[in-house]
Write a protein that binds this ligand. Structure first.
Ligand code: NAD
Length: 459
């Protein structure tokens, strides 16, 4: 049997070597899920809701241990690990409160003895292949509504967040979800590929564009539901009437939180020329004040990068930008010395769209700030991307923000805020940021098939 070794990205130390899945075990788990799913779906919704409520209690009870596990395997600063787990609780509450209504049968017509109804049936057995950067959020955005809707879940957490994936399953099993209804598959891309060989009824993927494209090619031939939540190159425009200090502090956090490894991290900033210099000064000062160090330290804001290979991407982007005339006002192109994956937060100005830094996802603590002359130039640059996850505008003028944001191609738009996800709103991307959605009532219905009922009562 093969093994998956898990290392601490902050110091390179081996945490554990786990037995990994292979094609045979994946097939056996998928078959067991197929058998178990109808019984789970036949249970009353209240029983499934009670399981998820008990799961929530388990998260609260074990929060400190879960945060430590996540920090050790991902390098996420411990305060942010706690924030993620605490932020999960209102998401669970949303699912618990919203699901009965979202899944309730709807009578859409009732006249002359003829009734028409929509009923939400579970898809069946679904595959969830996931990312590591917010493993509780991205895992639970799929797993919880899928289970509540009566599906069985084959969950392949990222190889960089497997211990967290196993904890999610442990707590669900302790809460009463049958083992074969919630199954974890351990391993990397090859286990994800083996999972896609199975006759699943839906594939829900969170990860990079490159992997998403491969998955779409594989799954596209079979007519099953496919959702892809992919990366972004999220822009923000700071207008001349914005407060440069407040905008800089907010956007520095949006760019650097979780060491820049958020799908909705601010990745490009456009600033009106009238306040550009004041904004940049405040931004650089804020970034310089961010404490980098041991992710287990309570004061740490910048932790280790989870994936070593990303260091090369960041170095390449910064070097390319500097070669083309960008000025590096904070940080460095070269990664810091190991052990572990460390990169000093980098702030670049005098950037343009000929640079990879302004076109391709950085997914790290690196940001380009570009000066613009007016709203038209800002909109043109914001839309000059193949991605479209989020975008924002900072201005005190709501009408102006609405006018601008209506013209930006993105799944979510922000006025005077950034890097924000709400369980009440749909989370989706346009263009190469993906297809489908999670969260909101639509992100619960996403795990169902709406069945049409035509019912004629006898005369
Ligand atoms: P990744 O694409 O490298 O890996 C994602 C998952 O796919 C992992 O579990 C991996 O093992 C698996 N995988 C790899 N190759 C596979 C294959 N051929 N077949 C099946 N599965 C395969 O992405 P990552 O590094 O884990 O995550 C970072 C990316 O995720 C970033 O681009 C980020 O923007 C994106 N992301 C998007 C969202 C969103 O909501 N849109 C949320 C979080 C992360």
């Amino acid at each position: 049997m093969s093994t998956l070794t898990i290392h601490n990205p902050a110091n390179g130390e081996l945490i554990i070597a786990l037995p990994a899945d292979d094609a045979e075990s994946v097939a056996a788990k998928a078959a067991a899920a197929r058998t178990a799913q109808p019984l789970w779906a036949a249970r009353h919704l209240n029983e499934r809701l009670a399981c998820i409520a008990r799961f929530r209690a388990g998260v609260v009870r074990d929060l400190e241990q879960l945060a430590t596990t996540m920090t050790r395997e991902t390098g996420k600063p411990i305060r942010m690990s706690r924030n993620e787990l605490n932020g999960l609780l209102p998401r669970i509450d949303f699912f618990l409160g919203e699901t009965p209504q979202a899944l309730g049968a709807e009578t859409v017509h009732d006249e002359g003895g003829m009734r028409e109804q929509i009923q939400h049936e579970p898809l069946g057995v679904i595959a969830n292949i996931s990312a590591w950067n917010y493993p509780w959020f991205v895992g639970c955005n799929v797993v919880l509504p899928a289970l509540l809707a009566g599906n069985a879940v084959l969950y392949k957490p990222s190889e960089y967040a497997t211990l967290t994936g196993l904890e999610i399953a442990r707590l669900l099993h302790e809460a009463g979800v049958p083992r074969d209804v919630m199954t974890v598959l351990v391993g990397g891309g090859e286990v994800g590929r083996a999972l896609l060989e199975q006759p699943v009824d839906g594939v829900f993927f969170t990860g990079s564009y490159a992997t998403g494209q491969r998955i779409a090619e594989t799954v596209g031939k079979r007519f099953v539901k496919l959702q892809l939540e992919l990366g972004g190159k999220d822009p923000t425009y700071v207008c001349e009437d914005a407060d440069p200090q407040a905008a800089a502090e907010s956007l520095a956090d949006g760019a650097m939180y979780n060491t820049g490894q958020s799908c909705c991290s601010v990745e490009r900033i456009y600033v009106h020329e009238k306040i550009h210099d004041a904004f940049v000064e405040a931004f650089v000062k804020t970034v310089r004040g961010m404490q980098r160090g041991d992710p287990m330290n309570e004061e740490t804001y910048i932790g280790a990068l989870t994936r070593g290979p990303q260091l090369e991407v960041l170095q390449r982007q910064v070097e390319d930008a500097v070669r083309q005339g960008a000025k590096l006002l904070a940080g460095n192109a070269t990664p810091l010395a190991g052990p572990g994956n460390w990169f000093e937060p980098a702030v670049l100005v005098d950037v343009h769209h000929g640079m990879e830094l302004m076109r391709e996802e950085s997914f790290g603590p690196v940001i380009g700030i570009q000066q613009v002359a007016d709203d038209e130039e800002a909109i043109k640059l914001m839309n000059d991307t193949r991605y479209g996850l989020t975008a924002g505008v900072y201005t005190p003028d709501e009408a102006r923000a609405r006018r601008l944001l209506a013209r930006v191609h993105a799944g979510s738009v922000y006025w005077n805020c950034c890097d924000r996800v709400s369980p009440r709103l749909p989370w989706s991307g346009v263009g190469d940021s993906g297809v489908g959605l999670t969260l909101s009532k639509y992100g619960i219905q996403a795990f169902t098939r709406p069945k049409a009922w035509h019912l004629r009562s006898p005369a």
